[in-house]
Unconditional design. Structure first.
Length: 462
């Protein structure tokens, strides 16, 4: 899975969870569950793209069959062009966006911290009360601080104090910071803006419900009368907000939601499971028996005489042993061009039978990757030389094996690895031979410019 696949899948999961919340859960009075739902689904949208339904499926096909050690084969990728590709531009844009969003978050945190430092601190039971000497901003809470502007500091409204104390006790600032950091890392995802608004709304409902039980008279009336036109600090939790005021009053007066509303939370699980299956790429899907049959051996099938065993006293052996088998696969397996271009790597599980005569037959793919790797594995395994047959005492037997073949692209390490495709080497403006260039230490190489059309490489050293 590429980084682009991950980002697209995480956006799909988050969009699903947001849609379920808006349609099924937002109007319920289970505010605590709604808060947990928003935070957990935010985490799940980051983890579910890694979910795979194929690993265990592939292994279950191997139950009861002798599995040989995995053989790793690879191919060195072509030397990449030094010009910026579309992917490079996208990665650079993403990194720049993350940096700007983190700087923005740091600046906003600094602004709040500066406001807190401007006031007079007074320790209270479970929090610190900060009294400001100006009315430039509305009273708010942040972390363990309850900040009052000059007007509220002289005559603190009871409803405001109880409301902000509830925010502090329930640690709502932690939720806000989690959303802000997530937004900084996934700034391109518009669904996160909805999540931020939704969780701040839930915070207000929770604080209103807690405060209403502690205020003696008319909490809703005090909330409306306090709604003045005063600027609000970023990242903070103010006592009021015009955008949520009507909804907060409605929720205060709304009766408790019926228990059947809890079914909305349970409905999310099968929807998420369905999306996990839908987002599995074709090459990740386990092969059915029909698929395996269609990938039959490219060699003319050999008749299997007698029962096929999985474990015998003396197992069949490739001529020369496992080391020779690895050498054979490395020399004969060709990394498919489609797999190389798509940068596909992973294991292909091949099943085959070694007959009494040592011939290879019934070659099947138990778990494949696609992009030509399955066909290549079948081709090479089918063309293996005769094995030394398996025995039980003195009797020759048919034995089935599973062979994991690990297709792996080698990383680009240094330009010298690719001289076989280069005709002309220019070192610091002077044409040199390949032998002369091999004497240059890779630590001294400053830049490399590749001209594929003319099979020329230009190298500059320190």
């Amino acid at each position: 899975m590429t980084i682009l696949d991950y980002l697209l899948r995480s956006m799909l999961y988050l969009l699903l969870f947001a849609g379920c919340y808006q349609l099924l859960l937002r109007q319920t009075t289970y505010f605590g569950l709604n808060r947990a739902y928003l935070l957990l689904t935010l985490l799940m949208s980051g983890l579910l793209p890694f979910a795979s339904i194929t690993d265990s499926a592939g292994e279950t096909l191997s139950t009861g069959v002798m599995t040989l050690p995995a053989i790793t084969v690879g191919r060195e990728p072509q030397l990449a062009d030094t010009n910026w590709s579309v992917l490079t531009v996208l990665c650079a844009s993403y990194g720049a966006g993350v940096l700007l969003m983190l700087l923005r978050l740091a600046w906003r945190l600094g602004s709040v911290h500066q406001l807190i430092r401007q006031g007079a601190a007074q320790p209270q039971n479970g929090y610190t009360l900060i009294r400001l000497a100006h009315n430039q901003i509305a009273s708010f809470s942040f972390g363990q601080y309850l900040v009052l502007n000059r007007t509220d500091a002289h005559n603190p409204p009871d409803a405001l104090l109880r409301h902000e104390e509830a925010h502090i006790r329930q640690r709502h600032t932690v939720d806000v910071l989690i959303i802000e950091i997530t937004q900084s890392l996934f700034w391109f995802n518009p669904t996160l803006w909805y999540y931020k608004q939704a969780i701040q709304e839930v915070h207000e409902f929770l604080a209103d419900r807690a405060a209403a039980t502690r205020v003696s008279t008319g909490y809703a009336h005090q909330l409306v009368s306090y709604a003045l036109d005063t600027p609000v600090a970023a990242l903070t939790t103010p006592f009021y907000s015009f955008s949520t005021l009507k909804q907060r009053i409605t929720m205060l007066q709304k009766p408790a939601s019926p228990r059947r509303s809890l079914l909305g939370y349970a409905l999310v699980l099968p929807l998420a499971a369905t999306l996990v299956m839908c987002t599995q790429s074709e090459r990740d899907q386990p092969l059915t028996q029909h698929d395996a049959t269609t990938n039959a051996s490219v060699r003319k099938p050999v008749r299997v005489d007698g029962e096929v065993f999985t474990v015998v006293e003396q197992q069949p052996e490739f001529p020369g042993g496992m080391k020779a088998l690895g050498t054979y696969l490395n020399q004969n397996l060709k990394y498919p061009d489609a797999a190389e271009k798509a940068k596909v790597s992973g294991k292909v599980f091949v099943s085959f039978i070694v007959t009494k005569t040592g011939e290879i037959t019934d070659v099947q793919i138990l778990k494949g990757m696609g992009f030509g790797t399955d066909e290549e594995a079948i081709r090479v395994v089918s063309q293996m030389p005769r094995w030394k047959p398996g025995r039980q005492e003195k009797e020759l037997l048919n034995v089935r094996f599973n062979l994991p073949i690990n297709f792996e692209l080698d990383s680009v390490s240094e330009p010298n690895d690719y001289l076989k495709d280069i005709k002309t080497i220019v070192l610091n403006g002077k044409e040199v031979t390949k032998d002369e260039f091999r004497k240059v230490s890779t630590d001294d190489i400053k830049s490399v410019d590749v001209d594929k059309a003319n099979s020329t490489i230009k190298v500059t050293t320190n």
